[in-house]
Design a protein around this ligand. Structure first.
Ligand SMILES: Nc1ncnc2c1ncn2[C@@H]1O[C@H](COP(=O)(O)OP(=O)(O)OP(=O)(O)O)[C@@H](O)[C@H]1O
Ligand SMILES: [Mg+2]
Length: 241
């Protein structure tokens, strides 16, 4: 599979603090990669750099052969990189449909009719058609997370960067989420998914990247990456199982 995203030597500092330290990351077309690691490992920060939400302090991000290191999140979204936020930020006084429609219109730069169709399709895929007319501010956390996914999807991405959309789900809800994400892969979308719930993540990803203290400490086939001594140590040390 051709490589769609390549990040080389990514460092992100906040003043004197280094949140991500010299990380190399890549994603192939239609690949699904999981990112795991203890709280504060730098997962979201790396995602923010890939999505264009933060410029890297050092390093480059290449998408589809073009250097996008200095382009912002809106530009990258139009190019085909969409992301969900760990803390959902819908427009609260707008409906679910309107939230998705805004994303479809602005993110993909789509014409009105195309944006409408894309929004409906995205809501259908995410199982949200039945609540399309509810105000976003009335949604519980799970539906807000699902709305994050629907909004990202509505921009028509080649790559979907997901930040903890599965937290707090029941087994049935998690199974539904896995079905949705598999369906997206079936449509040719590559996935990067940060998630603490391993058994859910492992149903979707074929490669796992394990981070701790701003660095990648192991990666590869999930079972092998998780068995790496540095990963065992990081998880035992953080108390996360
Ligand atoms: N905007 C910021 N300004 C200052 N420090 C930040 C900022 N964003 C993140 N950090 C710090 O960088 C480190 C990595 O944070 P990050 O959010 O990337 O971790 P994470 O792996 O996503 O953790 P979690 O699993 O809790 O979501 C943390 O110590 C955090 O406090
Ligand atoms: Mg995070």
């Amino acid at each position: 599979m051709p490589r769609v995203l390549t990040a080389v030597g990514i460092t992100k500092r906040f003043n004197a603090f280094t949140a991500v330290a010299d990380v190399d990351f890549h994603l192939d077309a239609n690949e699904a990669v999981g990112i795991v690691g203890p709280n504060g490992a730098g997962k979201t920060t790396l995602l923010n750099v890939l999505a264009g939400s933060y410029p890297p302090t050092a390093g480059t991000v290449t998408f589809g052969g073009a250097d996008v290191s200095r382009s912002n999140a809106a530009d990258r979204c139009r190019l085909g990189i969409a992301r969900s936020h760990q803390i959902p930020r819908p427009f609260g006084n707008m409906t679910v449909f309107e939230n998705v429609f805004v994303a479809a219109s602005m993110g993909a730069g789509a014409a009105r009719e195309q944006a409408y169709d894309g929004s409906i399709e995205s809501l259908r895929l995410c199982g949200m058609l039945a609540i399309a007319n509810r105000k976003a501010e009335t949604l519980g956390l799970l539906d807000r997370k699902r709305l994050e996914l629907a909004r990202a999807l509505a921009t028509g991405p080649q790559i979907l960067l997901l930040d903890e959309i599965g937290g707090g789900l029941t087994d049935a809800e998690a199974a539904e989420l896995v079905t949705i994400i598999r369906e997206l892969r079936g449509r040719g979308i590559a996935i990067v998914w940060i998630e603490h719930i391993l058994h859910v993540l492992l149903q979707v990803v074929e490669r796992l990247v394990c981070m701790d203290a701003g660095r990648i400490i192991a990666q590869g086939v999930p079972e092998e990456a998780l068995a790496h001594p540095a990963v065992v140590e990081a998880y035992l040390g953080s108390g996360v199982t």
